[in-house]
Design a protein around this ligand. Structure first.
Ligand code: PLP
Length: 422
């Protein structure tokens, strides 16, 4: 065992081993040795308001005094759901579970039941949680292993998944409509769903080409497949209604997690009643049990979190602070003559050390990104009080707790780290 409960927190990315964090407040964290950092990872994006936000501390303290969870219907669930459906444009109904993985798992089951088809399409470099059916082609590999763009090789991400599971999965490169159309000529009419992250967040931060997501939605529908938007990372981050609001999309199902719970474990599937009603008890229902579904403390946190996010200025601040960091980092790399692309906008971005101006997909990432250099760079930042994962596959996160002073500190430290790298 590595002393961690998820490999991305351990020696696989941190040298010489995991950093044990003990305490957090606002945008800052402290490790077990008392070292202070500005946190740009924010619990893989879950902490949209930073650490120990006073309002959320108050809500949790009050709620737990009356009991943590009843596994029964509660008013707290209704209050969370009402706010959720008000903010997410396509949420006629919502179902809460406990993690993003559970949400994408449930969305796929709903899509299969709704279309009466088994196959689904996912994209290279997209991660949708650790459910068997999704556990392929999420990681980077040597480019020779990827196979042709029109017929990508299926590459499992984990041992222990029966290979037969992948018979129902079709893989395509992202941001590439021509390859997708080619692949769909063979598989399109058997697909229950096409699932996509709106912004690729598990190979850093890769934006969709102009009009790509809108076209993808049309293509899915042309083949009778549901369009599932996995907003586990982007939901409640880019806009009150996530990327579906930002890019004006109408996914048939969308999945949420992370920022929705503001630090508490949650997942959610949203969509029209015509699909979500399949969860109602009865013949041919889609089964979704769970002792901790709609956990009372979490539901209280969600209601308070969404109220905070609905206040004027929350998204303006997230975007302004993030854009300031992105602009500053670009200027530093240009000044220091270091070949690096800083991708993303507003609350989420990533740095790629590469001779390419832009990374468009998993194949670019596998071929042109110097992930070892990035890890070296981030380890230097950590030594100087910036907490961030050295994994290039993740991304920098801005919360409503970050300040311009945090960004100025980041830029000063990054400038010094670049001078050592150069
Ligand atoms: C896009 C996306 N979907 C689903 C998940 C799974 O969420 P969780 O880790 O809460 O199970 C993740 C986690 O990083 C994710 O990035």
């Amino acid at each position: 065992m590595e002393g961690v409960n998820s490999p991305s927190r351990g020696a696989a990315v941190y040298s010489p081993g995991p950093i044990y964090l003990e305490r957090g407040r606002g945008s800052h964290v402290w490790d077990a040795d008392g070292n202070e950092y500005i946190d740009f990872m924010m619990s893989f994006g879950a902490l949209i308001h930073g650490h120990a936000h006073p309002k959320l501390v108050e809500v949790v303290s009050k709620a737990i005094a009356d009991g943590s969870h009843f596994a029964a219907a509660t008013c707290a669930e209704i209050e969370a759901a009402e706010r959720f459906c008000k903010m997410v444009p396509t949420a006629e109904a919502v179902r809460f579970c406990n993690t993003g993985t559970e949400a994408t798992m449930l969305a796929l089951r709903l899509a299969r039941a709704h279309t009466r088809r088994n196959k689904f399409l996912k994209f290279e470099g997209h991660y949708h949680g650790w459910y068997d059916s999704y556990l392929l082609n999420a990681h980077g590999h040597a480019s020779e292993q990827l196979g042709p763009r029109h017929e990508p090789a299926k590459i499992p991400d984990s041992a222990g998944v029966p290979p037969k599971v992948f018979d129902d999965v079709v893989i395509a490169p992202w941001n590439d409509l021509e390859s997708l159309e080619h692949i769909l000529r063979h598989h399109g009419d058997h697909l229950a769903a096409i699932i996509t992250e709106p912004i690729m967040a598990n190979m850093g931060c890769i934006l969709p080409r102009e009009g790509y997501l809108q076209e993808l939605q049309k293509i899915a529908h042309r083949h009778g497949a549901l369009f599932i938007l996995d907003e586990v990372v982007t939901g409640f981050r880019y806009a009150p209604g996530g990327c579906q609001e930002y890019y004006k999309l109408q996914p048939d199902l969308s999945t949420f997690g992370k920022a929705l719970g503001a630090g508490f474990p949650v997942g959610a599937v949203a969509g029209p009643r015509a699909i979500l009603d399949r969860l109602r008890w009865g013949e041919n229902m889609v089964l979704h049990y769970g002792t901790f579904n709609g956990h009372r403390l979490t539901m209280n946190v969600i209601a308070a979190n969404l109220d905070l996010l609905a206040t004027d200025g929350a998204y303006k601040k997230l975007h302004a602070i993030g854009d300031s960091a992105i602009k500053g980092l670009r200027e530093i790399f240009a000044k220091q003559k270091i070949e690096a692309a800083v991708q993303g906008f507003g609350p989420m971005f990533q740095i790629y050390f590469s001779d390419r101006n832009y990374i468009f997909d998993c194949r670019d990432y596998c071929s042109f990104v110097n992930t070892a250099r990035y890890s070296e760079f981030v380890h230097r930042l950590i030594e100087q009080g910036i907490y961030m994962t050295p994994s290039n596959g993740l991304h920098w996160i801005i919360s409503t707790a970050h300040t311009e002073a945090d960004i100025q500190k980041l830029l000063a430290v990054a400038d010094a780290a670049c001078a050592e790298l150069a």
